[in-house]
Each structure stands twice: as C-alpha cells, then as structure tokens.
Ligand binder design. Structure first.
Ligand SMILES: Nc1ncnc2c1ncn2[C@@H]1O[C@H](COP(=O)(O)O)[C@@H](OP(=O)(O)O)[C@H]1O
Ligand SMILES: [Mg+2]
Length: 357
C-alpha cells in the first residue's frame, strides 16, 4: 500500500509534468532569447532591441554610442570588402550644385544597409537620416548583442537616458566616395552621429582601412583627444580636394600667403586631422574650412566629437548647426579646437552675406 493511501494516476502525473514545463518555458524564454542574442545568432528584432516597439519613451545614449561604434565598424567591413574586390559598380546620383558628380558605389549601398538596419533594429522608433536610399525590400535584421565595450564603460560610468523623440541619428556609410573610387583609401571613413534636440551629442568616425575608430560624447567621455598645441597665427588649413570652391583663395586672403593648405578628401578625415590620432596615414592640420554646400551626415559626427573635446564646428559666420530638419547647410564650415573660434570667425568673410561660396 502507498503511504497514507494516496495512489498516483499516470495521467495526473503527465498533466502535472506538462504544466510544470509550460511554467518553466514561460519563465526562461526571455532569458534564453537574451542569451541567443548575446551570441549574435540573429532572430527577431526584439532579441537585440534596446528599445521595444511600445517604448517610444526613452533611449540610453551610452547604448546608442555602443551601437553606433558597432554600426560604423560593420559598415566599414563592407566598404573594405567592396574596395578589395575591385568591383565598385560606380554610379552618379546626379550633380552637386557646383556641377561635380555625386558618386555612389556598392561600398556606399552595402555599408548603408548594415549600418541603418543595425541602428533601426536596436532603436526602432528613433529618427534615422542616412545619405543613401534604404531598400525596404532588402531588409536585414542585425541583432546587437547588448554588450557595451569596456572602453566605453570605463569612460562613461552611467546610462544617460533621453526621450526617443528628441533624437535624430545621421549616418554616412562612406565618406569620401570620390576618393574611394580613386583608391585613395586613407581618406575614407564611416560615420554615425546622434543629435538630441538638434544638438550634436555623440559622434563616431571609423577608418575602415586602418581599423581606427574615434568616438566621443558631449558631457560623457571619449577615446580621442585634442593635440597639445595649434598654430593660430599661420594655421595649416585642411580643405576639400574635390569640392573646394573658392576655399584656397579665402584661406590665403584671411591668413596670408605663409599659411599652408592641405587638400584632402572626406569631412571625417579632415576633423580627425585636428585631433591627436595615432593612425600613421593621418595628416595633421590646425583648422578645417569648407565653403561649398555640405550635408549634415558628412559633418554631424565630427561636430559632436569636436564639441565633446571643447572644440567648435560652425558656419563661417559662427552660427551653430542644427541637426534636425533639412539635410544640408549653407554658409560653409569652420572647425577648430583649442583656438579662439569667434576671433577666427571675425577674420573670415561672411559667405551668407556675400552670397559667394
Ligand atoms: N558642394 C557639395 N555638395 C554636396 N556634397 C558635398 C559638397 N561638398 C562636400 N560634399 C560632401 O561632403 C563630404 C566631404 O567632401 P570633401 O571630401 O570634398 O571634403 C563628401 O561626402 P561623401 O563622400 O559622403 O559623398 C562630399 O560628397
Ligand atoms: Mg557618403
């Protein structure tokens, strides 16, 4: 006889066992999904999302920085792969206002796809503006493993939440496309910028061919710094080599003939030229000046990094640039660090008033 006269029916045991399994599955499914995403095994967006569909509320800027770094690096892998294949599928998207070809390659398109979908999957409600067209039928779900790299954790000790609707992300999947087509690899970067209420707060500039990444967050931290000194009197000025306009004449007129001009590709490269960057292929300059029309994805990341390090990027007349709304800016660009930026502005001609780029 069973103790206390209880007899266990086989059917009852089976039902009890199944119920138990159901409860365990319910309890652990979220945990397991988290583990799988940890290994980057793919799956549904919710697996790596730092923000769920219903959570229009807040995003953590420290998480956005981690994803921005990853996106720039993943995009960079595509940029490198396409360049090394030598099959660029080079096309013209049209002409710039000055009549130059606005080029696009498979490197731009494939990098854009990776960068856009990684950020979109992780932060589904955030506004993302990117240089290249995103093909919705060619969607790729890329899951973030939710790991914030050690160097970011070391610099930025706590999460920093902001309302998701205050955020605009700017992606440049391949800066210096013209130079990319000429195989001038050192100028090429991939960039991500996060603006909050139009102000640039977080920037990432990645060099795919030297695998160097600079990042910074305003009032947060950075992995890059300013150099110890700059020449304010006769600065070395870095300028565009393929969208120059009248920049050389303006620079020489303002700073005199002793000033040297360095023509270079890429807005990301030119901002890095102002900083203390260990990459040996990186030239150094004291100022970055641009006088023709330029787009916000080209400059937002550099603006955020300079601002985080105490520098400035403004129009030539000293106006701050707002990273919401329209894609482009008139009025040129002046970028400096550890200099009297307003004094530089006073020296330069006001392009917006003269109407002459
Ligand atoms: N007048 C202009 N019109 C449109 N885009 C411009 C421009 N001047 C510069 N740019 C863009 O700004 C970036 C840096 O330019 P530059 O190398 O000449 O300094 C390049 O971005 P992309 O390579 O991402 O297109 C370039 O196309
Ligand atoms: Mg580009």
């Amino acid at each position: 006889m069973a103790p206390m006269g209880i007899r266990l029916s086989p059917l009852g045991v089976a039902v009890f066992f199944l119920l138990g399994l159901g409860v365990l599955y319910h309890l652990y499914s979220g945990f397991l999904a988290g583990r799988f995403s940890l290994f980057g095994l793919g799956g549904e967006p919710a697996g790596g999302a730092a923000q769920s569909e219903g959570d229009g509320g807040a995003v953590d800027l420290r998480e956005m920085l981690a994803v921005a770094v990853l996106a720039a690096e993943r995009g960079g892998e595509e940029v490198r792969r396409v360049r090394e294949s030598n099959v660029l599928h080079e096309k013209s998207k049209g002409k710039t206002r000055e009549g130059a070809d606005d080029k696009m390659t498979s490197g731009d398109v494939l990098s854009n796809r990776k960068m856009f979908y990684l950020l979109k999957t992780t932060f589904p409600t955030v506004q993302i503006n990117t240089e290249e067209h995103v093909d919705a039928s060619d969607k790729e779900v890329i899951v973030w493993n939710r790991k914030i790299p050690e160097d970011i954790l070391k610099e930025i000790a706590a999460p920093k939440e902001v309302p998701a609707e205050s955020v605009t992300v700017w992606i440049d999947p391949l800066d210096a496309t013209q130079e990319y087509t000429e195989d001038l690899r050192k100028y090429v970067t991939t960039m991500v910028c996060v603006a909050v209420n139009g102000k640039p707060v977080l920037g990432v500039i990645h060099k795919p061919f030297s695998e160097y990444t600079a990042w910074a967050m305003v009032d947060g931290g950075s992995n890059v710094k300013a150099r110890s000194s700059y020449n304010e009197k006769t600065p070395k000025i870095i300028v565009s080599r393929s969208h120059a306009g009248m920049v050389k004449q303006i620079a020489l007129m303002t700073f005199g003939n002793q000033t040297s001009i360095i023509p270079a590709g890429g807005a990301g490269y030119k901002v890095l030229a102002l900083l203390d960057v260990p990459d040996t292929s990186q030239e150094k300059a004291d100022l970055y000046i641009h006088v023709t029309y330029i787009k916000k994805w080209d400059i937002c990341a550099g603006n955020a990094i300079l601002k985080a390090l105490g520098g400035h990027m403004t129009t030539l007349s000293g106006k701050e640039i707002s990273y919401t709304g329209s894609d482009g800016i008139e009025g040129g660009l002046l970028a400096s660090i550890k200099m009297n930026h307003q004094a530089l502005v006073r020296k330069l001609p006001d392009l917006e008033k003269s109407g002459h780029p």
